[in-house]
Write a protein that binds this ligand. Structure first.
Ligand code: F6P
Length: 551
């Protein structure tokens, strides 16, 4: 399918944008306390349920009119057409001339047993997708049952994934979130950093004869991943001999030539496709460490959950569409209230890595300076995403959320049911979660501080009127986790579509890579620090001097 070309008026010049500007000016002085007092059915009005997810967006600085105006903007920006183009396999990643089809990775066979065809360049990609899933199933079952052994015949007891960015954050967050499905006798670890300390820490706890490395790299050229892969390769070769490599390494990559050159037999290479972006790849074979750690059935339920959210995004009317609502609310604050950032706050220890994953999904996707047509973006576009687990974060950065003049909209995420058995401490966890959204919304005016000395009143008052969304999962099942992931992926899509940026390239990471490549020889003694500014040259000189002193 070719990319739809449509002339879209500059965002901030549209009537819909101007209507929102005027409405925002009127909403600035409206307090959510008053909205809740006036509208007893606010929760029912501004909440949505889909499967095992509940989204409460009532604690936002919005009225029914706000939602209507935001929907008008979404329609004026042809959001539905843009969404449909992605699902149909159009090459919406125009700077790389690629389709964007992470949704195909979890496209499920329907009642007729066949998955809906997804056509790229005239070819249905679904047979390849389904065949790769079958390979993941077969391989993970062989490893988990002990049929696949290391070179000495020992069963695999340690899986070490080596990757970075999307080839690391996604599978690491999912494997950790589904830890209750992992087996005690099969550990899974994730290595990404070229700081050798990380891989050394991991390998210290592994027996080479029982260790399987998954080298995850779409390109198989990423410097950090290749450096760690070589360290792992030497570690196995030293312990078990060069001939053992093929039993201890598998790869996930589009670059078959490089994987084979590394010594990984073709049958141990799981494919990726150029229509899957790194940060959107956890549902591809990049999920292999999840299938090894938790079993294929668990991964399959996770894919089913992501697919359910894909269907919701594709078919629910915009007004009832969770990713659309979340995306538009984020845009409302970023563009009309100058909110510089957004916080992701999972009140669930198993979701502690979710903010790191979504940070890449969001900031690498929408942190762009130009629109699809190459003109400067008219708004700040992608927000700064940060976050951390609750209630821990209450005792670190929540102070700023409550009292700084900066407005930071927050998403609170929690599971209603405990992960195992009855867990009374969950009452405390969820009481904190709900109470924080209440405190951020209501605040505490100085006038209510009757027993506080006047000199302290301004210090102890809270303005409130700080927006939050709350997403409740029935339980942290693999299915609900898939829904949650896809919810955020599509939220990012919605915002990128309205801002008019390409959410699927990442040219901004290239310059640093290039400069590091040219500087490394100078730091390892193979070259000179030449043609660098005085700061970079000075830092390099300090490092070289320290190296000289330590020999
Ligand atoms: O440098 C950014 C990036 O390209 C990410 O988009 C990607 O997830 C990561 O590097 C890893 O890339 P690869 O899977 O090709 O090693």
């Amino acid at each position: 399918m070719t990319t739809p070309t449509r002339v879209i008026a500059p965002l901030t010049k549209t009537l819909e944008w101007r209507a929102l500007q005027a409405h925002a000016a009127a909403m600035m002085s409206v307090h959510m306390r008053d909205l809740f007092a006036r509208e007893p059915k606010r929760f029912a009005e501004f909440s949505l349920r889909d499967g095992s997810l509940l989204l409460d967006y009532s604690k936002n600085r919005i009225t029914i009119e706000t939602v209507q105006l935001l929907m008008n903007l979404a329609r004026a920006r042809h959001l539905e057409d843009q969404r449909n183009a992605m699902f149909a396999g159009a090459k919406i990643n125009t700077t790389e001339n690629r389709a964007v089809l992470h949704v195909a990775l979890r496209n499920r066979p329907g009642k007729n047993g066949k998955a809906r065809p997804v056509i790229v360049d005239g070819v249905d990609v679904m047979p390849d997708v389904l065949y790769t899933l079958k390979r993941l199933r077969d391989f993970s079952e062989r490893v988990r049952s002990g049929a696949w052994t290391g070179a000495t015949g020992k069963p695999i007891r340690h899986v070490v994934n080596i990757g970075i960015g999307g080839s690391h954050l996604g599978p690491m967050f999912v494997a950790d979130a589904l830890k209750d499905h992992q087996r005690a006798d099969l550990s899974v670890a994730f290595v990404s950093n070229p700081d050798r300390t990380q891989i050394d820490d991991v390998l210290r706890n592994c027996d080479p004869a029982a260790t399987l490395f998954v080298i995850s790299s779409k390109t198989f050229t990423t410097a950090e991943t290749m450096s760690n892969a070589m360290i792992a390769r030497l570690w196995i070769a030293d312990a078990l001999g060069e001939q053992s490599i093929s039993r201890h390494f598998v790869a996930v990559s589009t670059n078959h030539h490089a994987t084979v050159e590394f010594g990984i037999p073709e049958e141990s290479v799981f494919p990726m496709w150029d229509w899957v972006g790194g940060r959107y790849s956890v549902c591809s074979a990049i999920g292999l460490p999840i299938t090894l750690a938790c079993g294929f059935e668990v991964f399959d339920q996770f894919l089913a959950g992501a697919h359910a959210m894909d269907r919701h995004f594709e078919t629910a009317p915009l007004e009832k569409n969770m990713p659309v609502i979340l995306g538009l609310l984020g845009l409302w604050y970023a563009d009309f209230f100058a909110a510089p950032a957004t916080a992701l706050l999972p009140y669930d220890h198993r979701l502690k890595l979710f903010p790191f994953h979504i940070q890449q999904v969001d900031m690498e996707s929408n942190g762009k300076g130009v629109t699809l047509s190459g003109t400067p973006v008219e708004t700040a576009a992608g927000p700064i995403v940060f976050g951390g687990g609750g209630s821990d974060s209450q005792h670190s950065f929540f102070q700023l959320l409550h009292q700084s003049p900066r407005l930071i909209p927050c998403d609170f995420i929690a599971a209603l049911r405990p992960h195992q058995g009855i867990d009374a401490s969950r009452d405390l966890l969820l009481a904190n979660c709900f109470a924080q959204t209440e405190a951020l919304m209501k605040g505490r005016p100085a006038g209510e501080l009757s027993n506080t000395p006047d000199t302290l009143k301004t210090h102890r008052a809270f303005t409130g009127n700080r927006p939050t969304n709350t997403i409740l999962l029935d339980s942290l099942s693999p299915f609900a986790l898939g829904q949650l992931l896809a919810l955020y992926e599509h939220k990012v899509f919605v915002q990128g579509a309205i801002w008019g940026v390409n959410s699927f390239d990442q040219w901004g990471v290239e310059l640093g890579k290039e400069l590091a490549k040219s500087l490394e020889p100078a730091l390892n003694g193979a070259g000179q620090v030449a043609n660098r500014d005085s700061s970079t040259a000075g830092l390099a000189a300090a490092y070289l001097e320290a190296k000289r002193r330590s020999v």
